[in-house]
Write a protein that binds this ligand. Structure first.
Ligand SMILES: *[C@@H]1O[C@H](CO)[C@@H](O)[C@H](O)[C@H]1NC(C)=O
Length: 279
């Protein structure tokens, strides 16, 4: 009669151990299906965690960069960070959230991201007994800058404007807009690439409007960023309008005609001898 409770205890014990083993074994490494998007200079977190959550304090976590040759980005082993073989460009820029390890959160923090950090990163837990021991996270790095507008003189009856923006990655789109948001027909764009960054330039010729306000918009959809600069062109920069010129010309012609008529009249009078001039 005494054996029953003992065997029951054994049964429960074994059951408990199996359940915990199954839980540990079925924990998988989970990253992020969406790429992590950052701007050069930002700090980013590359997500990686164990699901269902188990403590990862005693596990080995390897973060590597998948380039032509795999780069050691960060290594956590035997309860501490161990970065003797770290790829040089990551030195001093990587860390893991040690207080989060107990929750199975083995995400990597990478500070001061550069364009050359972009790519695939693998989060690998070799000590995990389950099927899925690794995941890859994409890091996408962009660069943006404020467009600069300058006035380039006049063109016909309008004012020529130039917009330029350097320091973009990837290649951006540039548009000129009037104050109601309508895209204006503009030249170009001219684009060139220096090192990794793109410079874009676009010229537009604008006519006088109610507001004389014009906007240059530069955007990069892949990194979901947009920069705008607005300019107000003073009224007196626009060449005098056509009507004013026609009226001016007509007056000049009229004056000239009147003057010559007067000259002819005087000449006639002189030759008829109505004036007795003592020469
Ligand atoms: C992991 O920890 C970091 C820092 O606290 C946090 O930002 C991140 O959201 C955590 N990730 C998960 C999956 O909980």
């Amino acid at each position: 009669m005494k054996t029953f409770p003992t065997s029951a205890a054994w049964c429960f014990g074994i059951l408990f151990i199996s359940v915990s083993l199954i839980t540990t074994e079925s924990s998988e490494v989970v990253g992020s299906a969406d790429p992590v998007v950052a701007l050069a200079g930002d700090d980013v977190i590359l997500p990686c965690s164990l699901k269902p959550s188990v403590g990862a304090e005693d596990m080995t976590v390897e973060w590597t960069g998948l380039y032509l040759k795999t780069r050691n980005v960060h290594l956590y082993r035997q309860g501490r960070d161990s970065n003797v073989e770290q790829f040089p460009s990551y030195r001093g820029r990587t860390s893991m959230f040690h207080e989060e390890l107990k929750n199975g959160n083995v995400s990597l923090k990478l500070t001061r991201v550069t364009l050359s950090d972009a790519g695939s990163y693998m989060c690998f837990i070799p000590t995990l007994t389950g099927q899925v021991k690794e995941t890859t996270v994409q890091l996408f790095v962009g660069a943006i800058s404020q467009p600069v507008i300058s006035i380039d003189g006049t063109k016909g009856w309008g004012v020529a404007l130039k917009c330029e923006s350097g320091g973009w990655f990837p290649e951006p789109e540039m548009e000129w807009l009037d104050s109601s948001g309508t895209i204006l027909p503009a030249d170009g764009p001219e684009k060139h690439r220096d090192e990794d960054l793109y410079t874009v330039r676009r010229h537009v010729s604008v006519n006088k409007t109610d507001t004389n306000r014009f906007t240059c918009r530069v955007q990069q959809q892949e990194i979901n960023h947009l920069k705008e600069t607005e300019i107000h062109v003073p009224d007196d920069l626009f060449p005098k309008s056509y009507i004013v010129l026609i009226v001016g010309l007509s007056i000049a012609v009229a004056v000239a005609v009147l003057a010559s008529l007067a000259g002819v009249y005087m000449w006639r009078k002189c030759t008829k001898g109505e004036f007795n001039l003592d020469l």
